[in-house]
Design a protein around this ligand. Structure first.
Ligand code: FES
Ligand SMILES: [Fe+2]
Length: 401
């Protein structure tokens, strides 16, 4: 570990924001990419984004580009977007369809499994089988596509084991993407995650959200509100468990971080909409609105909010020490038709308006922590989850050495 990183980590205090250098130092950022993002299971998308053989989308993170391509009905591959000849990118567009992957530089041609199929005018004895595209580890769970850059990754099973039961009623493998939207944020990735993890800011910053969501109020009041929701959960077809696990409590959980928590909606709101009224057909086997919503957390950068009629996935992807992509994906029942069963503008309204506000908040936070006079400040009890994230972060970076 470099001297400056050791010094910065030594300056961290539990229950406080981080020293300023951790929010901007390029060396720290590079270490984070290697220690956290290249070792963790990363949720990159949903299988419905690539329904046909040859459909692909790109996952871009920290200067890396990965082609997520469907090879067959039951096989999806994650291929590094780097030609094995002299390293050119193969695919440029964010989504597309190809029957083969052809490098436009010198024409090397790869199959959808990444194997090199053609390379003209190479020397005798050139062995094509040695020059397939690098293939990353990939798992599909609940319709969600997870990849891992590490060739010998941490086991995926803990994520599946903990989240299979709470996610079962939603049948996300039968859901479809209704909309995706990227909100680039000019900030370090940790400021974006810190913001997502707390609702201390919700009452002042998000009136549209706070009117219907119990996370915007203190925990003890929330517990009282949650009781009737839990009582209705089983009848609605949802699990009665209110809390499975928050693996940020365990510093050893690198790469398989996961969590699930159900909370109450307020004032009779049924879902995350403008006035709380329904937005789309029920997901999966859900039969009724129970007055709650489920917070989800997969890996270091993917969060989600599951309502009875749609799911919002929030992905934070580092793009540089001071640049983070916040991509939102709205999932609905796979058989729902836009315009008939749901209105896209209404479906996306709440989290669009909330994220536009968050982007501004987070960018102002970055500007402030960049001050020579900034010092880490104390967290409120309403920022407990942010505190856990920061503890996890410090422990993980220390363990990485
Ligand atoms: S770099 Fe791809 S074919 Fe030459
Ligand atoms: Fe927010």
């Amino acid at each position: 570990m470099s001297e400056s990183l050791t010094r910065l980590l030594d300056g961290c205090r539990n229950g406080h924001s981080l020293p300023g250098g951790l929010y901007r130092d390029p060396e720290v950022y590079e270490k984070e990419i290697r220690a956290i993002f290249l070792k963790s299971w990363l949720c990159v998308g949903h299988q419905s984004q690539i329904p046909q053989r040859g459909d692909y989308f790109l996952f871009e993170m920290a200067g890396e580009s990965v082609i997520i391509v469907r090879e067959s009905e039951d096989r999806i591959n994650a291929l590094l977007n780097v030609c094995r000849h002299r390293g050119s990118r193969l695919c440029d567009t964010a989504t597309g369809h190809e029957s083969r992957l052809v490098c436009r530089y010198h024409g090397w041609t790869y199959g959808l499994d990444g194997s090199l199929r053609a390379a003209s005018r190479m020397s005798d004895g050139f062995d094509r089988s040695l020059y397939g595209l690098h293939r990353l580890q990939l798992r599909v769970f609940a319709g969600l596509i997870f990849i891992n850059f590490d060739p010998s990754p941490v086991p995926f099973d803990p994520i599946e084991n903990d989240l299979a039961a709470p996610l079962a009623p939603y049948q996300l493998d039968r859901a479809k993407v209704a909309h995706r939207q990227n909100y680039p944020i000019a900030s370090n990735w940790k400021l974006a995650v810190e913001n997502y993890c707390e609702c201390y800011h919700c009452a002042p910053a998000h009136p549209e959200y706070s009117v219907g969501h119990g996370r915007a109020i203190p925990g003890d009041e929330l517990a009282t509100l949650l009781a009737p929701v839990m009582a209705r959960a089983a009848a609605a077809g949802l699990t009665e468990e209110s809390y499975v696990r928050n693996s940020w409590l365990a510093a050893g959980a690198l790469g398989t971080d996961r969590g699930y928590k159900r909370y109450a909606l307020l004032r009779g709101h049924k879902t995350g909409s403008r006035d709380g009224s329904p937005l789309a057909p029920f997901l999966g086997t859900i039969k009724d609105y129970d007055g709650g919503a489920t917070d989800l957390h997969f890996g270091p950068m993917m969060f989600g909010l599951a309502y009875c009629d749609h799911v919002v996935l929030y992905r934070f992807t580092p793009r540089g020490p001071r640049n983070t992509d916040c991509e939102i994906t709205w999932l609905v029942n796979g058989s729902a038709a836009e315009g008939k069963d749901y209105d896209l503008a209404e479906l996306t309204w709440l989290w669009d308006v909330t994220t536009v506000a968050d982007k501004q908040i987070i960018e102002r936070n970055q500007a402030g922590v960049d001050s020579r006079f900034y010092r880490p400040g104390p967290l409120s009890p309403m920022e407990e989850f942010t505190g856990l994230f920061l503890q996890w972060y410090v422990a993980t970076m220390r363990a990485a050495g």
